[in-house]
Ligand binder design. Sequence first.
Ligand code: AMP
Ligand code: MG
Length: 495
Amino acid sequence: MESKKELLDFNFDNSFSHNLEDFFVSCSSEPSSSPQLLQLNRKLAKELGLNPDLLDSEEGLDIFSGNDLPAGSDPLAQAYSGHQFGGFSPLLGDGRALLLGEVIDSNNQRRDIQLKGSGRTPFSRGGDGKSALGPVLREYLISEHMHVLGIPTTRALAAVATGDQVNRDTLLPGGILTRVAASHIRVGTFQFGTALGEIEKIKKITDYSISRHYPEATNSDNPYLTFFECVSNAQALLVARWMSVGFIHGVMNTDNMTITGETIDYGPCAFMDSYFPGTVFSSIDTQGRYAYSNQPSVLSWNLTRLAETLVPLVDDNQEQAVALLTTAINNIHPLYQGHWLAQMRPKIGLTTEDILDEELINDLLSIMEEGQADFTLVFRRLSEVLKGNADPIKELFKDPQSCDAWLVRWQERLAREGNTKDLTIKMMNKVNPIYIARNHKVEEVLSAAVNQNDVKPFLDFLLVLERPFDEVKGNEAYASPGPVSDIPYKTFCGT
Ligand code: AMP
Ligand code: MG
C-alpha cells in the first residue's frame, strides 16, 4: 500500500525553474520545531487538485511548515528588483519566500505554490527569512476576504504556527503562510531582467509571461506592446476594485505589483472606515505616497517602470518604441477611470450610463468626506433609503441633513433607470458588503491568536467574511466601525 506521503502528490508541473535560470536561486526551507496547522483552506486545496484530507495530516503539516519538501517540487527563491517608495533597489528577491512549484488546477490554470516565512534564502540580506504569526494570519484573512469580494488576489492555502520565535524588537511566535498565485512575476521581475544587461534576458521573461498569462498577445501585430496593454488593463482594473471597497494596499512598490493584476503582499494594507481620500495606515509611509487617493497615479507610475523595460522589445527603433509605449501609458488613466466608473455605478444601483454619473458619484464622496461618513456603511445603507428609511444612512454623517439633497438627486437618476426598487436593492446589496475586515476586528482576532493562543475569534471572523454581502442577525458587532480614537490606526510591514 502507498504511504500517505506517496499519496500526497502535488503533481507539480514546474515551468519557471525549467525556463528562467537567470531569475532564481535554488534553495531550501528551514525546519520548524513544533509546528501546528492553524488553518487549511480545504476548498482551495480541492480547486488545486489536492486532497484536503491528505493535507490535513502530519505529512501535510511537514510540508506547510517547511519540514519536508513535497515530491516533485523545485524549491527556489525568485530574483527581482524594485522601486521602493520611489528609490530603486537592483536586487531584492524572495528573502522570506520559497516557491515550491506550479500545479495545474481544476480550471486548467497554472498556479504557484509558495511558502512565506520558511527561512533564509540567498536574498535575505540581513533578514531572518521568517514571518511572525500575526502577519501570516492577517494575510490569510484579508487575502481570502478580497477573493470573496471578487477582487483578484493571491490566495491562502494554509497557515501554520511554527512553534519557534522570531525576533522583531521583541520575541514573537513565528508562522508560515502557504500562498497560491497565478504567478509571482512582478514589475520588479522585469526590472531585474533589464538589470541583467542583455536584451535576450528581458525577452525571455516577457515571452514566458506572455505564454503563461496573456497568450492572446501572441496573435497581435506587436505582441510586446499588447502585453503591456494587457498588464495595464489588469492592474487598472485591480486598483479600481480596491478603490471601490476603500482598500489601501499600503506598499505599492514595483516589486509588489504582479503582472497578472492579482493583489499581493498584505503587509500594511487596511480598509478605511470614515471616508478620507488622504488615508494612510502604513507606519513607514510617512509622506503618504501610497495614500488611498494616490493609488491610481501610482498605478501609472509603476506601469511606466514596466514600459521602460519593454522599450528594446517593442520596436527596433527606440524612438518608435518610446512613442508607442507613451501612447499606451497615456491611456492608463482613462482605462482606470472607465473601470472605476464601472465599479462605482452598480454601488449606487445604476445599470445604465449617463454622462453625469461621474459627477453624481464624486459629489457623494465629497459629502462623505465632509461628513466623515463610514465608506462601507454609506453604500450599504443606500438600499435602506429605497426601502423608505433614510435615517440609517443619515446618521452616518456628522450633519445628518448634509446628504438630503444628494439623496433626492440620486433617486431622480434611479427613476430614469426603470428598474424596480426590489431589483435595485438586490443588486446594490450584492456589490456593497456589510461585513469587511475592519481594523479593530482584525487586531482583536490576531491578538487573541498570537497573545492568548486562541484562534477561535480568527476562525469566527473568517466565517463571517465568507459571506460579506448577507446580513446575519447576531453579527452586528462585525459591521460597526471601531471605536473613535485619538490615535490614528497604524499598520506595519509583515516582517
Ligand atoms: P515586502 O516589503 O514585504 O514586499 O518585502 C520587501 C523585500 O524585503 C523583499 O525582497 C522581501 O523578500 C524582503 N524581506 C522582507 N522581510 C524579510 C525577512 N524577514 N527576511 C528576509 N527578507 C525579508
Ligand atoms: Mg513584496
